[in-house]
Design a protein around this ligand. Structure first.
Ligand SMILES: *[C@@H]1O[C@H](CO)[C@@H](O)[C@H](O)[C@H]1NC(C)=O
Ligand SMILES: *[C@@H]1O[C@H](CO)[C@@H](O)[C@H](O)[C@H]1NC(C)=O
Ligand SMILES: *[C@@H]1O[C@H](CO)[C@@H](O)[C@H](O)[C@H]1NC(C)=O
Length: 363
């Protein structure tokens, strides 16, 4: 482009500006408000003095004056006490915010208030007012329970997830600008903890902690008891703790097929069972043991039970002498206990049935 052309080009821009300028001037001037505050010609009033969270009541502004012009009265849909003094200065009094019932926001909280100005000429002017709010971290986060206990029913991760869903780890923080919480767990070999998000419908006050296995699929074979900590994002931060207890899975209870079984003892010291004892499910996975307990009748210790394949045989020990009180009793009642022991966790569970031994005096 030559020098001359450049000048023409620049003039062209100037010309376009000159043509477009009158257009802008033709735009209607801002509508005059029938009455206003501080001479404002728009409906937006910004107050720079903040309201502090911990003050029970704040009257603002406190560092400058708001003058009303041609205003005969002011109301607020929030029913704030809004007053004008005889010198036509406006004061707004705001009561302490209830943080427990106000939605928590991530960025700073502001009061957005529509002040309704009654003008002396009868007109009504809505003045949108924004007032900054300064939140202090005056609430400490707290867990929903002092202790979270999970009794694992299996070492399957899905089962543990289900238990966590049923009994979630939740912490609450009421401060309206703390929209997230930080969770941590005491050093352990099984779990980390991460932030799990906001609990819906809690005004952003309640937050989930999520346990994440360090090594997915790792079997929990011993009891875990660690401290959980929740810390808020306020300044200075506040925190609280709870206990996390995870009990490794116990074996299921052994269940006998019948509430009682009958055996017969003859006077020639022969013992015959009508039917062998059975457990409802196979006993091969766990280490299975039986004992006949002496708690009801002292003759019971003469009997013992042992596993043969899937059947529990009851036998009796003959000491050579006569059975105690044989002719005084018609029968004795002996509890039989079965125990399952988990070979990995060493946890034990037990179930019982009754062995009824009939004494036959005549045969
Ligand atoms: C207030 O009313 C007077 C009389 O009608 C008027 O002259 C004046 O401009 C008004 N002031 C404002 C800010 O509207
Ligand atoms: C508000 O002021 C305008 C002119 O500025 C006037 O035409 C209108 O009548 C006023 N409204 C009332 C309710 O007096
Ligand atoms: C003992 O008595 C019972 C009942 O009379 C009989 O069935 C059984 O064969 C006898 N046992 C012995 C070893 O004699």
């Amino acid at each position: 482009m030559t020098q001359k052309n450049l000048i023409f080009f620049n003039c062209g821009i100037l010309l376009i500006m000159l043509i477009s300028l009158p257009k802008a001037k033709l735009a209607p001037p801002p509508k005059r408000l029938n009455c206003t505050i501080n001479g404002l010609t728009h409906n937006y009033l910004e107050i720079t003095d903040p309201v502090y969270d911990e003050d029970p009541e704040t009257t603002i502004p406190y560092t400058y004056n708001l003058h009303t012009e041609n205003v005969s009265g002011i109301t607020s849909p929030l029913n704030l006490p809004v007053s004008i003094d005889p010198q036509e200065n406006l004061f707004i009094t705001i009561k302490q915010l209830d943080e427990k019932t106000t939605l928590t926001q991530k960025s700073g909280y502001h009061f957005n208030i529509a002040l309704r100005l009654q003008c002396i000429d009868g007109a009504v002017v809505e003045m949108n007012t924004v007032i900054p709010f300064i939140d202090s971290n005056n609430h400490e986060p707290f867990f929903s329970k002092p202790t979270y206990v999970y009794d694992l029913i299996s070492t399957l991760e899905s089962d543990f997830k289900r238990l966590l869903d049923l009994n979630s780890i939740v912490a609450t923080d009421y401060d309206i600008t703390n929209r997230e919480l930080l969770f941590s767990v005491q050093e352990n070999e099984y779990f980390d903890v991460v932030y799990g998000g906001i609990v819906p419908g809690t005004l952003n006050k309640q937050h989930l902690a999520q346990l994440v296995p360090k090594f997915p699929g790792k079997i929990i074979s011993s009891k875990i008891e660690v401290a959980l900590t929740v810390t808020d994002t306020g300044n200075p931060p506040r925190s609280n703790t709870a206990k996390l207890v995870i009990n490794p899975p116990s074996p299921p209870k052994p269940v006998f097929t019948k509430p009682f079984y009958v055996g017969h003892l003859y006077k020639n010291n022969t013992f015959v069972m009508s039917e062998n004892l059975h457990l409802q499910e196979g006993a091969s996975y766990y280490e299975t043991k039986f004992s006949i307990q002496d708690s009801y009748d002292d003759g019971c210790s003469r009997f013992f039970a042992h596993l043969v394949e899937e059947e529990i045989m009851v036998a009796f020990t003959f000491y050579g002498n006569a059975f105690p009180h044989f002719y005084e009793r018609n029968y004795i009642v002996c509890p039989v206990e079965a125990t399952y022991t988990d070979r990995v966790t060493n946890l034990v569970s037990s179930g019982t049935t009754i062995l009824l031994v009939e004494y036959h005096h005549d045969l």
